[in-house]
Design a binder for this molecule. Structure first.
Ligand code: ADP
Ligand code: MG
Length: 368
């Protein structure tokens, strides 16, 4: 069986690694001829995402096709699905994820409350939202935002004068109340076409500069209410495949839907070593219609993202300090760029997590 992946970055790389262990062949399509998964996939198609012929070639040779990012054109997916019927997930999860307004409304429809928000088309809308909700608020572009790009926290009247505010509003925006967070967690759910759902152990996430910094997964932490909301949401919308839901919990214990990603998620990378089955295994099993096993956390785990500014230092550290139960995943990216996700490190078990603190000190970060 061959699995086609639209997008060839680190998520595709880890999907290909998991596919090998499951005895599946892979084919990857990416415009970057040196993308992370190029050398591991069985077939590489170097083409742009709007090259319909190339996408069709991928769909033709593969038994099943998936995507590793949420901005894939839904029309392309609908087109190949009509012809080949092999995008089991369909384009529906993309439609709910690639526009913040639709995303929040979909959550609300399934009774999963998003953070209080309003659609902003001009400055008056923004002023009105601030008047009603008080500072701080955050404005976000409705489309193409990731790693905090396309968003800005507004805490005072002076902030309103920043040129980026006008830029964000003009590209179509939502404004949200800025929540005083107690914590953020992400729930990764896998739902197959028979309606069976399995959840990965929830990850507590720390963001720095709006980029995921670390995810920690504790034994015996259940988050039952949040998990139930996620299950209701994906069932209500009949979503298939892997779905990650990012959740905010405020200081009063209120639970809010933040956003959804219909793909393996950075906060689930720990599962490669931290669980009996990884998020990548589970997604592949799901779309290939294999049995979905229960996922168990093997021990408390912690994942640290390695951004461009920390990459060379941390790679050297790992090379000179090989430690049991610490795993370095290098995405093999050509160019080291500040704030670019270059690699991640997972520590499994309390001792390894303590050692990981040494890397955090190296990053110049305080211990959590
Ligand atoms: P992205 O698509 O870039 O991941 P998010 O909406 O998830 O965008 O925002 C990135 C991070 O910024 C969140 O994980 C959270 O830490 C912070 N953040 C975003 N919106 C809010 C909010 N309304 N209240 C508090 N923190 C927020
Ligand atoms: Mg996010």
């Amino acid at each position: 069986m061959q699995v086609g992946i639209i997008g060839g970055g680190q998520l595709a790389l880890m999907l290909c690694e998991a596919a090998q262990n499951l005895g599946l062949k892979t084919a990857v399509l990416d415009p970057n001829s040196n993308c992370s998964s190029k050398n591991i996939c069985d077939l590489f198609i170097n083409a742009n995402y709007d090259d319909i012929k190339a996408i069709e070639q991928l769909a033709k040779v593969c038994d099943v096709v998936t995507y590793e990012f949420e901005n894939v054109d839904t029309k392309t997916i609908d087109y190949i699905n009509e012809k080949y019927q092999n995008v089991i997930q369909t384009s529906k999860p993309l439609k709910l994820a690639n526009n913040r307004i639709i995303e929040k409304e979909a959550a609300l429809n399934s009774s999963f409350e998003p953070v209080k928000f309003s659609v902003i088309t001009n400055r008056d809308d923004l002023q009105k939202f601030i008047f009603e909700n008080k500072f701080p608020v955050v404005i976000k572009t409705t489309k193409f935002g990731y790693d905090g790009k396309g968003q800005m926290v507004i805490s005072s009247d002076q902030d309103l004068d920043c040129p980026i505010v006008t830029q964000i509003i003009s590209s179509g925006a939502v404004c949200e109340k800025y929540i005083d967070l107690n914590y953020e967690i992400s729930i990764i759910a896998i739902r197959n076409k028979h309606g069976q759902i399995k959840l990965m152990p929830p990850a507590k996430n720390v963001h720095k500069n709006n980029i995921l910094y670390s995810s920690t997964i504790e034994e015996n932490e259940q988050y039952d209410e949040i998990c139930q909301k996620v299950k209701n949401y994906i069932t209500y919308h009949d979503l298939i495949g892997i779905i990650t839901v990012e959740v905010f919990v405020d200081k009063n214990g209120n639970i809010y839907f933040n956003e959804m990603a219909p793909r393996p998620h950075n906060s689930g990378h720990y599962s490669i070593e931290g669980c009996n089955y990884s998020q990548f295994d589970m997604h592949l099993r799901c779309i290939c219609d294999r049995e979905l096993p229960n996922v168990k956390l093997l021990a408390k785990s912690k994942m640290l993202n390695v951004l461009g500014q920390n990459y060379l230092q941390s790679r050297k550290w790992i090379e000179t300090n090989p430690i049991e139960n610490i795993y370095f995943h290098d995405y093999g990216k050509e160019e080291v760029i500040e704030n670019r996700k270059m690699a991640h490190i997972t520590a499994v078990g309390h001792q390894a997590i303590e050692k990981l603190n040494e890397i955090e000190i190296l990053f110049g970060e305080k211990n959590e």
